[in-house]
Design a protein around this ligand. Structure first.
Ligand SMILES: [Zn+2]
Length: 604
């Protein structure tokens, strides 16, 4: 492998600026040296650091791996190594100075803990603003997958004049560059250093050369992730192929998925791996590998960020669940919209214990459904990965329960159960299978709804889960207590600890639900707490779901944004009171997740 600087670290200008900082020992006393934050933002302070460090507890995931075969054990080692590379790539995608920060953090320092907690040099201060806690550039909405400092208006105008460029520029796995001789020379040199890529992307070199031949290259051009991150992806590809060889005799399906995914990384086309992933019947292991989720792209919401989740299958629970899932077509047919479709009766859903998560997948996420690509989902379906050792982690549930109890009237506190939360989450993921998956005129939802597409997809899934609950109760799937627990979980879900920012799709759509429930009498305020009125629940869920499905069907971003605006009111004497109560419940604060399988990695 050629020794080139990583994509995150290659631009010389910031390095000159940071050379001075590099001389400091970086248990950074950076408050004085730190560049100013964005206008109106409060800079990060030593007090912020103290508050975050003091409220962070570490949670270690250590699933039982004794059933793994010898080949599976080798595969685990290779995939953990690939995961560590994805972690670096993810941080580089999120911030242009991440590589610099990584190289200069002092092990064991508070800043190293913050970096690990936030996955980069940008933290969330007490005012829920994203600000730098290291001496790096402020965060921008397009992170590091668009040109530095580009504004949406400039890109919009450029695309409006060249609609034929839109698909390539806003592709899920391409970085956007601002055209200049030096950028083009760099990309051409990178292509020259990775001759295999020229074969896999036959038109790329010609396009770059044509642009470079212009007297003064201008505008924007896309680069496949395969080229932008070629060095790291080449190494990861090798690791996946080695993992496949190791596991082939024990788990042929998993091996063939790993081989296809290894190639997907260098073609930037995930179709082969996605098909093998969703349709394969795996043994003890499963893994989410590559760039899928677009939550980190706050400019257009279309660029995917890297992740790797390594999972151990809980066979007994997976088999039990598959048997319990009856035909979901009935639920699809009952949804409040008139474009119902055929859904698969066999949904690939599994119960897993997390061995380790890297990059975008790291955290306390309880479940995943992938792939997101509408065509892949239509052709092959989507796989649902329930993350059991996170869903049932005792300290996480205890703190969720405390939060719920602080927010609702006392006699409703015990309605929430771990089982109810598991079911609400399971049906949230199934909810992604149901409802609108294309606009009425055939466009993909991501494209059509742009910056609000994630928000509406997640709200749809939340609402389908709650919408299905009474029918599942009537069929005997839920007991009375389980129905109550799922409904309680629906209220826990919408509670906020502070006013969400618009670039937080989950929190924003949760606030919208909360406001809708207040408006429709599902919850009312009683002495600074919420009282849940179950009798009003189903009508409220149905009416909001109808709105969401209509907005997705229409695929009108402006209409979607206006609806968001209308339902995100934050009243200090309503939301603020509940948020304060929930935030001060015992067991709150930050969770740093560590993995027993990753030796030494956690110290960063
Ligand atoms: Zn979801």
């Amino acid at each position: 492998m050629l020794s080139r600087p990583s994509a995150g670290a290659r631009r010389p200008a910031p390095f000159a600026a940071f050379a001075a900082f590099a001389a400091l020992t970086l248990a950074l006393t950076c408050a004085a040296a730190r560049p100013a934050g964005l206008a109106g933002q409060r800079p990060w302070t030593a007090e912020d650091t103290r508050a975050v460090v003091a409220s962070t507890t570490t949670l270690t995931l250590a699933p039982d791996l004794s059933r793994l075969g010898p080949g599976e054990r080798v595969a685990v080692r290779k995939l953990l190594e690939a995961g560590a590379l994805f972690q670096g790539l993810y941080e580089d995608q999120r911030h242009p100075d991440a590589a610099w920060a990584r190289a200069h953090l002092a092990e064991g320092s508070d800043e190293a803990l913050l970096y690990r907690l936030y996955g980069g040099p940008i933290g969330t201060n007490a005012s829920n603003e994203r600000v730098a806690f290291l001496p790096v550039r402020p965060e921008v909405p397009g992170k590091n997958v668009y040109p530095p400092g580009v504004e949406r208006a400039e890109l919009d105008a450029w695309l409006a004049a060249r609609p034929e460029e839109r698909d390539a520029l806003l592709d899920v796995r391409r970085v956007v560059r601002r055209a200049s001789a030096s950028e083009l020379d760099f990309d051409l040199a990178m292509l020259g250093a990775h001759p295999g890529l020229a074969l896999l992307h036959p038109s790329l070199e010609g396009e770059l050369r044509a642009l470079r031949a212009q007297p003064a290259p201008e505008g924007f051009y896309p680069i496949p992730y395969a080229l932008a991150y070629a060095d790291q992806l080449e190494r990861i590809r090798t690791l996946l192929l080695e993992a496949a060889d190791a596991v082939a005799a024990e788990d042929a399906d998993f091996a063939s998925y790993l081989r296809l995914r290894a190639n997907d990384l260098v073609t930037s086309n995930y179709e082969g791996g996605d098909a093998a992933w969703v349709a394969g019947s795996f043994g003890n292991l499963n893994a989410q590998i590559g760039s899928y989720e677009t939550y980190d792209d706050a400019l257009y919401g279309v660029k995917a960020f890297y992740s790797l989740s390594l999972l151990a299958r809980d066979r007994a629970r997976s088999d039990e669940l598959a048997a319990a899932l009856t035909d979901i077509q009935q639920i699809e047919n009952s949804l409040p919209y008139d474009r119902t479709k055929r859904v698969r009766s066999q949904i690939p859903v599994g119960v897993y214990n997390v061995i380790a998560d890297f990059g975008q997948a790291r955290g306390t996420n309880t479940a995943t459904i992938l792939p997101n690509d509408a065509d892949h989902a239509r052709k092959y379906g989507r796989t649902i990965l329930l993350r059991y050792n996170i869903m049932t982690e005792p300290t996480l549930f205890a703190s969720a329960h405390n939060r719920f109890c602080a927010a609702v009237v006392e006699e409703q506190c015990d309605a929430l159960t771990m089982g109810g939360n598991f079911e609400r989450t399971l049906w949230h993921e199934i909810g992604h299978y149901l409802g609108v998956d294309r606009t009425v005129d055939g466009r993909a939802l991501d494209d059509a709804l742009g910056s609000v597409s994630n928000l509406y997809e997640e709200m749809k899934a939340d609402l389908v889960s709650l919408f299905a609950a009474p029918a599942l109760h009537a069929s005997g799937y839920y007991t009375d207590a389980e129905l109550r627990a799922v409904y309680a979980g629906g209220i826990l879900r919408v509670l906020q600890l502070g006013e969400p920012r618009r670039d937080q799709p989950y929190q924003t759509m949760q606030l919208m639900q909360w406001n809708w429930y207040l408006d429709r009498g599902v919850v009312s305020l009683e002495d600074g707490r919420l009282r849940i009125h179950e009798e009003a629940y189903h009508d409220a869920v149905t009416s909001l779901l109808r709105e969401v499905l209509a907005i997705q069907s229409a695929g009108d971003e402006a209409r979607g944004a206006a609806f968001v605006e209308r339902w995100t009111t934050w009243l200090p004497d309503v939301h603020g009171v509940i948020a304060r109560a929930a935030a001060s419940a015992p067991g709150g604060g930050y969770r740093l997740v560590r993995y027993a399988a990753v030796d030494g990695e956690g110290a960063r």
